[in-house]
Design a binder for this molecule. Structure first.
Ligand code: BEZ
Ligand code: FE
Length: 288
């Protein structure tokens, strides 16, 4: 095509795709070009703005390492990661939510009733529930990979003071699909905002906070893996999660419990001097 115009450039792009282009590549790339072209036309994108975008992507590339993935963070704060999650969430299962960058491989085993907080101080939180199928039947021997921030709002991989496995644990449900552990109540925290994505948040008048949460990856043979989170219903950032991860069915009440005798079956045992909280959160898996 010799006469490319601002109106036909999208069709020209499609015409340039090779005949043997994989159909899915054709669909995805074609739609991407269409939306990019429509976007530029809609906002009448200037050269200066285009340059800002290129510089942003360059800085995101420069800051990205195996530990710091600025492009995923960009996807998170733009709502793309959550949208992709929701597009593939099964209605009969617990909603999925963002994985985030702080999961570690080979988490240490955590027995049912185990204590994930080790020597950390803070309000004790007792977490328990059952992994079920979509008919409500318990799933025995499901694996739950659990992680959260320390009381200082940092994940182990962000904090030199912490062992890499602190606040990470891998639990297997019992014959009745039950899981249970103690920890300290997670805190609200900010996503990394000292890079180019932080500049976008600033420019948009947005903050970098996430409501406090526990992360879970749940897997069981014959079922789809579930990547999700649980949030307390009294967190101040619940309605303004900067990565759009909150779903109604993931919001639970952390019920205050009086100091006194701790329930049996936990590593923390006997009498507890301070009040603690308890949250019950069942996890429903879709058949895979
Ligand atoms: C997280 O919840 O760990 C997280 C999610 C998205 C971006 C940064 C952190
Ligand atoms: Fe998190």
């Amino acid at each position: 095509m010799r006469n490319v115009t601002k109106d036909n450039i999208t069709d020209v792009f499609t015409a340039y795709l090779g005949d043997d282009t994989d159909p899915r590549v054709r669909e995805v790339l074609g739609a991407l070009a269409r939306h990019i072209h429509d976007f530029a036309r809609e906002v009448n994108l200037t050269h200066e703005e285009w340059q800002v975008g290129i510089e942003f992507l360059t800085r995101a590339g420069e800051i990205t390492t195996p530990e710091r993935q600025e492009f995923v963070l960009l996807s998170d704060v733009m709502g793309l990661s959550s949208l992709v999650d929701m597009l593939h969430s099964k209605p009969e299962a617990t909603s999925s939510s963002v994985l985030g960058p702080f999961h570690v491989s080979n988490p240490p085993p955590l027995a049912i009733g185990g204590d994930m907080k080790r020597d950390f101080e803070g309000e004790v939180l007792l977490v328990e529930g059952v992994v079920r199928d979509s008919d409500g039947a318990p799933i025995p021997h499901a694996e739950i990979d659990i992680w959260q921030t320390a009381p200082n709002g940092l994940y182990s991989s962000q904090d030199e003071e912490q062992d890499i496995h602190s606040f990470h644990g891998l639990m297997t449900t019992d014959e009745n699909g039950r899981y249970a552990f103690t920890t300290v109540r997670p805190v609200s925290y900010t996503v990394p905002s000292d890079g180019p994505v932080g500049d976008i948040l600033n420019a948009a008048g947005r903050h970098p906070w996430r409501p406090s949460h526990l992360h879970y990856i749940v897997s069981a043979e014959g079922y789809r893996n579930l990547v999700t989170e649980v949030f307390p219903d009294d967190d101040p950032y619940l309605d303004q999660d900067t990565v759009f991860g909150v779903r109604d069915d993931l919001v639970m009440t952390y019920v205050p419990q009086a100091a006194g005798t701790f329930p049996e079956g936990f590593e923390i045992s006997g009498s507890v001097d301070d009040a603690y909280s308890k949250v019950s959160f069942d996890l429903i898996l879709a058949k895979g």
